[in-house]
Unconditional design. Structure first.
Length: 330
């Protein structure tokens, strides 16, 4: 097995996550009387809630395409439909502490398509580097001085996307990812794959990642708007805080799917807009909303899963003569 000795990390992760959630819940209970004084009212707008949940799936579909393009550059080409299936179904393993069991699940799901296990790890590592870099930059937009330097922020996003599109940077990410795999597996024989990519090919993953964070951040604003009043002028801040909270949750590594860390950071980011108990309540509800979006994505992925050929491989346009002649491309 690639990852061993995770039992103690799993236990510590759950203890730490539950401890953070306990203190957040205690804050919520002890200060809830401030809500009535603040004048904040709650009402459920079901259409907005549904749209926000659907947008979560749309946004994460851009993440799937970013990963799929990286995997293609490594020599394993799969259809978008199959990538959606493998991504969303394997995401169910994210709630196990360690953020590594998703990789194992994805390896199992993509084995029938002939995808290399090493390429799964490398593609996911490269994708994570790109996605987390964009998320971190979005988080910097929350700084109080950010509003004064909007052109500079736009330039920073452009520069970051161009940086990741450079073939030399892509190869560097592969080299660092391979070094990480060698260290984890303690196998010095694993070598960095040499791939030839173009600037325009490499441009798609960072652009898709930027689109994913933007759409998901807007979906988060819609979710909050479905619960209470919030100005459209707050949309940029909500995009930034959503990305930053995910970054912090992912960087925590030890807790299951950033549980606790993401809620605490999101509650902190929401305090300029809501009283503390309301911010904590929204952070808790956002976790449930996010899970709902993931489950919706799983349902769509399973329903849309491509058919299998006689040898058990996922069907592609090349394996289906009718689709190869005139059917829609996957």
């Amino acid at each position: 097995m690639m990852f061993k000795g995770m039992t103690w990390r799993r236990a510590v992760g759950w203890i730490l996550a539950l401890a953070i959630l306990f203190f957040l819940a205690r804050t919520l209970a002890s200060t809830w009387d401030q809500v009535a004084q603040s004048g904040v009212t709650f009402q459920l707008n079901l259409p907005l809630l549904i749209v926000s949940t659907l947008l979560l799936v749309v946004g994460r579909s851009f993440a799937v395409e970013a990963w799929r393009r990286i995997l293609r550059a490594l020599g394993n080409s799969i259809s978008f439909r199959f990538a959606i299936y493998a991504w969303f179904v394997s995401n169910l393993a994210r709630f196990i502490p360690g953020n590594v069991f998703q990789l194992a699940a994805m390896m199992m799901l993509t084995e029938s398509a002939g995808v290399s296990k090493l390429n799964i790890v490398l593609s996911q590592t490269v994708y994570a580097a790109i996605a987390l870099s964009v998320a971190a930059l979005y988080g910097l937009t929350l700084l109080p001085v950010a509003a004064q330097y909007i052109p500079l922020i736009a330039l920073a996003f452009t520069a970051l996307i161009i940086l990741f599109a450079l073939p030399a940077v892509f190869q560097l990410l592969l080299r660092l990812s391979t070094r990480f795999v060698r260290m984890v597996r303690r196998n010095s024989e694993i070598t960095t794959p040499r791939v030839k990519t173009t600037f325009w090919q490499n441009l798609i993953p960072p652009l898709c990642s930027f689109a994913m964070w933007t759409i998901n951040g807007f979906a988060f604003w819609l979710f909050v708007r479905s619960l209470t009043e919030i100005s459209p002028t707050a949309i940029p801040a909500f995009i930034g805080m959503n990305a930053a909270a995910y970054f912090i949750g992912y960087a925590s590594f030890i807790t299951p799917s950033g549980l606790g860390f993401r809620e605490a950071s999101l509650a902190f980011f929401l305090e300029p807009f809501f009283p503390a108990p309301v911010a904590v309540a929204i952070a808790f509800l956002a976790r449930l909303w996010s899970i709902g979006g993931e489950l919706l994505g799983v349902g769509i992925a399973v329903w849309w899963k491509p058919k299998q050929t006689a040898d058990g491989r996922p069907q592609t346009p090349e394996s289906n003569p009718q689709s190869a002649v005139g059917g829609p491309r996957q």
